[in-house]
Design a protein around this ligand. Structure first.
Ligand code: G3H
Ligand code: 13P
Ligand code: ZN
Length: 317
């Protein structure tokens, strides 16, 4: 059942975070649904602009509609990840997405507000919810002076003003993470103090953490042992998700870790079976491993075991 992220956030706020997982193909879709049902978790499917154009924008829609029938117990939202204004309007008018992200975080504050306002007006008119972003992810390096690095993190006063002026439904905040497998070069970590200040100004308002892959070191070691070259890859400590959730983070974005599962499975398989040229054996292993990975993440996020509570909440309304 496809629902809005807003409903999922009502159920989760302050208690746990919902996993928001990017997909690009059939095998990820199967593993995603299996892993979430195995761990009895509500979840968010994220589709990026790149994922929409990887094959054809209707292909992922078709896969998800079919998965909704095959896995009829699943409860999830379908969300456009890092949309520009044009892609947001395309997703809103498609009637398929329950949620879009407008990412104008690279623009100045006033332009970001103006663009976000336009998308919020269009989306809300159709009952679709909107995530926006304020602050800049990534690049918060150890060698950068405190004042410089803080300039890239979300400013809590600006966050409150942004939310009040745009009417957006959730806000992606920069708290020290970045996208990809190389997040930290040293001892950096999450800036909980920024989340605390934002929560004080916006109590009850759902926050989103991008760049949240953990880049598990055993996964990196296996990839490198099978011929990969991911030297120095490092991610977010998954044991910190629950603290983030208590501070208002209701959505945690994970893509890179899933790509690492795919890389490890395929590298190891073809080294162990050099004679193989059939895509199904390795695809089956990947679906199983991806499902296990999703279930494990949901345990860390606290969303595992929450599916029936969400179903009851929806039935009561
Ligand atoms: O934040 C970006 C996501 O990891 C999606 O990546 O644009 O390569 O699909 P992508
Ligand atoms: P990772 O690269 O850490 O998986 O982040 C994904 C993300 O933020 C998608 O929007
Ligand atoms: Zn992101």
């Amino acid at each position: 059942m496809i629902i809005t992220t807003k409903k999922l956030f009502e159920a989760a706020y302050g208690k746990y975070a919902i996993g928001a997982y990017n997909i690009n193909n059939l095998e990820q879709t199967m593993g995603l649904f299996r892993g979430n049902l195995d761990s009895k978790a509500p979840f968010i499917i994220q589709i990026s602009k790149g994922a929409r154009s990887y094959t054809h924008k209707f292909m992922l829609e078709g896969l998800i509609r079919s998965a909704d029938q095959v896995f009829s117990d699943a409860i999830f939202a379908v969300h456009l990840d890092h949309g520009d204004e044009e892609t947001c309007y395309d997703c809103i008018s498609s009637g398929f997405y329950s949620s879009v992200m407008i990412d104008a975080s690279h623009e100045n504050f006033e332009t970001n507000i103006a663009i976000t306002n336009r998308v919020v007006d269009t989306a809300h008119a159709k009952g679709i919810v909107v995530e926006a972003e304020l602050g800049q992810l990534g690049g918060v390096e150890e060698h950068i002076k405190v004042s410089e690095s803080e300039a890239k993190l979300t400013n809590p006063d600006q966050a409150a003003e942004f939310v009040n002026r745009t009417g957006v439904d959730s806000l992606a905040c920069a708290i020290g993470t970045s996208h990809g497998a190389f997040k930290f070069s040293g001892s950096q970590g999450l800036h909980f103090e920024v989340l605390e200040e934002i929560q004080k100004r916006l109590p009850g308002f759902p926050l989103v953490m991008h760049g949240s892959s953990s880049v598990p070191q055993d996964e990196v070691a296996r990839i490198n042992a099978a011929g990969g070259k991911l030297k120095g890859a490092k991610g977010v400590d998954a044991d910190q998700f629950k603290r983030a959730a208590e501070l208002g983070v209701t959505k945690v974005n994970i893509d890179t870790d899933g790509r690492l599962v795919w890389t490890r499975v395929h590298r190891e398989h073809f080294i162990e079976h050099p004679e193989n040229f059939d895509l199904r054996p390795v695809g089956k292993i990947f679906m199983t491993e991806y499902a296990k990975f999703i279930a494990g993440k949901n345990e860390k996020l606290g969303s595992a075991g929450q599916l029936e509570a969400v179903r009851k909440m929806l039935a009561a309304k």
